[in-house]
Design a protein around this ligand. Structure first.
Ligand SMILES: Cc1cc2nc3c(=O)[nH]c(=O)nc-3n(C[C@H](O)[C@H](O)[C@H](O)COP(=O)(O)O)c2cc1C
Length: 178
């Protein structure tokens, strides 16, 4: 098999396809949603996740201000709404109104959950690092909730949840089990 080397501007291109999440942030009238591909769980005890947010995003200032965010998992059925939240800014539009996504009060943080998503990780920021052109916000997960229908007991069934994965802004979902 012949390997080709990709040019400098494609250096992240052939890493694994990753899950997309919708991060809700901001309190009260400032509540906003940002589409995030740079999401990763990084510790089990304590439960920690990280998200990479570019400093110029409106959401960046909201997360800095409140010290909280919620990682919401969208299914492929809300692909259009998910994409919209990744190409529009909360500085200019109200993404809740524009997409029809609805706020659901969280259990442990002041930031609302997104009702139409199947899972929610409520996070409090414990550290933030500048890494290249993004800020890595590390969040401790203080509460987790999910739609009962996508769960087998306390375990997620991805075949029912149908999470969104992406490469190059082309969106896919889980369709089969090995
Ligand atoms: C599929 C997809 C993934 C994205 N992933 C990220 C990401 O991980 N980090 C980031 O800062 N922006 C990411 N973006 C861009 C932001 O979602 C986008 O700039 C958004 O308009 C910012 O909204 P805000 O200004 O309301 O915060 C992504 C966009 C799309 C469409």
């Amino acid at each position: 098999m012949t390997k080709i080397e990709l040019p400098e501007n494609r250096r992240l291109q052939v890493g694994p396809t990753g899950s997309i999440v919708l991060v809700s942030c901001g309190e009260g009238d400032e509540a906003n949603i940002i589409t995030v591909g740079m999401y990763m769980p990084i510790s089990v005890r304590p439960p920690l996740v990280c998200i990479g947010i570019a400093p110029q995003r409106y959401s960046h200032q909201l997360i800095e201000k409140t010290g909280e965010f919620v990682v919401n998992s969208p299914s492929i059925s809300i692909e259009k709404e998910m994409h919209y939240c990744g190409v529009s800014s909360g500085r200019k539009v109200n993404k809740w109104k524009e997409t029809g996504l609805t706020q659901l009060p969280s259990l442990k943080v002041k930031i609302p959950r997104i009702k139409e998503c199947f899972g929610h990780l409520e996070c409090k920021v414990v550290k933030a690092y500048t890494v290249g052109d993004h800020t890595l916000f590390i969040g401790e997960v203080v509460a987790t909730s999910a739609d009962e229908e996508v769960m087998n007991g306390d375990t997620l069934n991805p075949m029912k949840a149908r999470p969104i994965v992406q490469k190059n802004h082309v969106y896919f979902t889980v369709t089969d089990q090995k």
